[in-house]
Design a protein around this ligand. Structure first.
Ligand code: BES
Ligand code: ZN
Ligand code: ZN
Length: 504
């Protein structure tokens, strides 16, 4: 059994008062958050104000300056000017600021906003809190000598507004940390069996029931698309893991979160070349994002019922692996002509989406590192979104801008299906050549979601971004958790409200 870490290692405390000398004495480092053009009177309120004023003269507004106080601890103080623009820029500013402070290896970090207007102040402090949460969490590390990178254990918010909802910042960071931690696991450690055990344990801790639909059950269900992929595995431990969150008095799920959980994607019979295969242990990130989102929702005790469906398998090259021109039948009875074994994500999702939709949730959201084409279209800065509701684009894109996890919406026009017309089966898995595979993949998945269920598909092109993205400092971003939590908050009645808003 894999040892699970503490997914929320950073303690955040709130201190409403203006800090006096004593407060600085307990901190290793304090961030003074200032407006873009702080006036001199404001700066006089800070310790070492003469030096502060000198440091801020000249220099770019985004330059970070650090000085040391005269106390016994020689507390470091970083001066950071905040220029409110948009969520992504705020979070990026916060990531760089926290990274700068962590170079000084503080265990106790303070944040002191000075002279910002309240909206800017809230945005800046909450962005720093999110960035500090992400930075303090260590991704899996197998160095034989203890190699903890940072010591950050406490974040003190000074001159804090008691109305700040830190519990949701914390829940979200648990979700993001879960998503990143599982995604970063080596594929020989995070086997299907190990992943399943971990998820079952976490589900228990967060008050969710779990059920594992193994290959034998999937055969009975007629899940030929999932099994086409899993038949190439060396062991029979692939399957679909279903979690149920049911607050008292609820029965049917209003929401289903579905994730692609390919533990390693070799490409299968149509083997990937080395460079393309190198990082393919991240191909289960969709499932980790669904799991992380579920954990965050459960921690916040949302009042609606939801299901989570994780499609867990490897995609291997083997004598039993599926091949081009195989024809398989999915759970919903549709037959699929296999074209390319590297398009395995849409195969496992076809059956998983069908099963999820059978429970008649109001809204289905799936997450998948599905296509290279989505990265070609957007780079790794944005993820792609698709929906079977035509008028969602605005809402989905606006939510990306507001949350700082940016998405772009792609067409879902019916005539794209012409590229998936098959002579031998109901549908082709993908086109043999041509462009726009992210759109064709979404059109393929659309065949497995009944039209009366509102559905959002997220192709996680921003799941991996060199140098980190927004508030997240690691290359693996866990993109999607923050986006979804923000989306669900935009409607007072949760998934039903979102479904109504997108015309379900
Ligand atoms: N997991 C990959 C997509 C991917 C590539 C995600 C790189 C993240 C980074 C997916 O299973 C895949 O291989 N898709 C193929 C589809 C094609 C064969 C139609 C692709 O994009 O090349
Ligand atoms: Zn693939
Ligand atoms: Zn894949």
């Amino acid at each position: 059994m894999i040892d699970l870490p503490d997914f929320s290692p950073l303690r955040i405390t709130q201190h409403p008062d203006r800090p006096g000398r004593k407060r600085f004495d307990v901190l290793d480092h304090v961030i003074a958050v200032l407006p873009r053009r702080p006036n001199q009177k404001l700066l006089s309120r800070l310790p070492k104000s003469t030096q502060v004023k000198r440091l801020l003269r000249g220099g770019q507004h985004d330059e970070l300056r650090t000085l040391h106080l005269d106390n016994k601890r020689a507390t470091a103080m970083t001066l950071a000017r905040y220029d409110s623009t948009d969520a992504f820029k705020s979070l990026t500013w916060a990531r760089k600021l926290v990274q700068h402070c962590l170079e000084h290896k503080p265990a106790k970090l303070g944040v002191l906003p000075v002279g910002l207007d309240p909206a800017d102040r809230d945005e800046a402090v909450l962005a720093i809190a999110a960035a500090a949460q992400a930075a303090s969490f260590e991704l899996p590390n197998f160095k034989s000598k203890n190699a903890r990178k940072n010591a950050l254990a406490t974040l003190q918010l000074l001159a804090a507004d008691p109305r700040w909802k830190l519990s949701s910042v914390e829940a979200e960071s648990v979700g993001n940390n879960i998503a990143r931690w599982f995604t970063a696991m080596p594929p020989n450690v995070l086997t299907a069996k190990a992943y399943r055990e971990c998820v079952e344990k976490l589900a228990g801790e967060y008050g969710m029931q779990s059920e594992f639909i193994d290959e034998r059950k999937l055969e009975k269900l007629g899940a030929g698309a999932f099994l086409a992929v899993s038949q190439g595995n060396a062991t029979r431990d692939a399957g679909i893991l279903r979690l149920r969150y049911r607050p008292s008095g609820t029965k049917r799920p209003e929401l289903a979160l579905v994730g692609k959980g390919i533990l390693f994607d070799t490409g299968g019979t149509n083997l990937k070349p080395f460079k393309s295969m190198l990082d393919m242990h991240i191909d289960m990130q969709g499932s980790a994002v669904a799991l992380g989102t579920a954990a965050a929702l459960a921690i916040q005790q949302v009042p609606f019922a939801f299901d989570v469906w994780l499609a867990i398998s490897e995609n291997r090259l083997s004598a039993t692996a599926y091949k081009s021109q195989d024809v398989v039948t999915a759970v919903n009875g549709k037959t699929i002509q296999v074209i390319h074994t590297d398009a395995e994500g849409r195969m496992v999702l076809a059956d998983t989406l069908s099963l999820a939709a059978r429970e008649a949730p109001k809204l289905v959201i799936d997450y998948a590192t599905l296509t290279g084409a989505c990265i070609t279209a957007l780079t790794t800065r944005y993820s792609g979104v698709f929906s079977n509701r035509p008028d969602t684009a605005g809402l989905l894109v606006r939510n990306g801008a507001a949350s700082g996890e940016r998405v772009w919406s792609f067409p879902m026009a019916e005539d794209y299906d012409e590229a998936l017309k098959s002579q031998t089966a109901d549908i082709k898995q993908c086109a043999a050549d041509g462009s726009g595979d992210h759109i064709l993949a979404a059109r393929f998945l659309n065949q497995f979601v009944p039209s009366d269920v509102a559905w959002i598909h997220m192709d996680l092109s921003a799941g991996q971004h060199k140098g980190g993205l927004a508030h997240v400092p690691s290359e693996i971003t866990g993109f999607g958790v923050r986006y979804t939590l923000a989306l669900l908050q935009t409607a007072a009645d949760g998934p039903a409200g979102i479904a109504a808003a997108i015309g379900a």
